[in-house]
Design a protein around this ligand. Sequence first.
Ligand code: 0L1
Ligand code: MG
Length: 243
Amino acid sequence: MTDLATIAEQLDRAATSRTATPQFGSDAGLDVPTAYRIQEAVVAHRLARGERPVGLKLGLTSRAKMAQMGVDEVIWGRLTDAMHIPDGGTISLADHIHPKAEPEVAFLVEGGAIAAVAPAIEVIDSRYIDFRFTLPEVIADNTSASGFVIGAWQPVPAGIDNLGVLLEVDGRTVQIGSTAAILGDPRRALAEAVRLAGAGGVELTDGSVLLAGAATAAVPLRPGAHVRVVVESLGTASLKAIP
Ligand code: 0L1
Ligand code: MG
């Protein structure tokens, strides 16, 4: 069995050196509870470098992704301020391994409730070679979290359970989906995050961001790509990938 701190260091080094790491394999003896402890240690490396926790994300929130991983429960990860990309801002591919973008819905949490909603983009960048991992491995890798863009916050409309979602690259629609793909209704993300992260002793404090999950498959980011997410009734969020 590989030491928890060693695995955390290896994942952190993969991120900071922009070099994918091999999977740990069955010898590492990873299970889900151990993986969340490793995730905490991985993010502790970021916090030690001065980053600040700003919220949480859910992953594997669609039936398609759950089926792909052979699981029936969502996973969660931690967001820091350094992962935030301003709306319309840039990300440098040289600072990443093999990043992908996926369209999401973000919530602003106040008083344990959803105070505002926004269209969002999550940038995922697995620290494993070829984005290949087991469930505990991806949890240990902070659920591939790397960056996020949030569009304009606004009051939560009456129904957000079936809003059309487009993922555009250079003005061309490359993915079409619905917010229904996010747990059937993205608002379920709050209860799920409170339950799952709470079991790990982590709370969504006032002002926290919650990325509810992806509405379509993720697309790889290519140099020069301009990515825009459009969520019906909510608006847009965008980023540009520079070399
Ligand atoms: O945010 C997500 O749903 C990604 C979870 C991790 C799996 C992946 O990297 O695709
Ligand atoms: Mg995601």
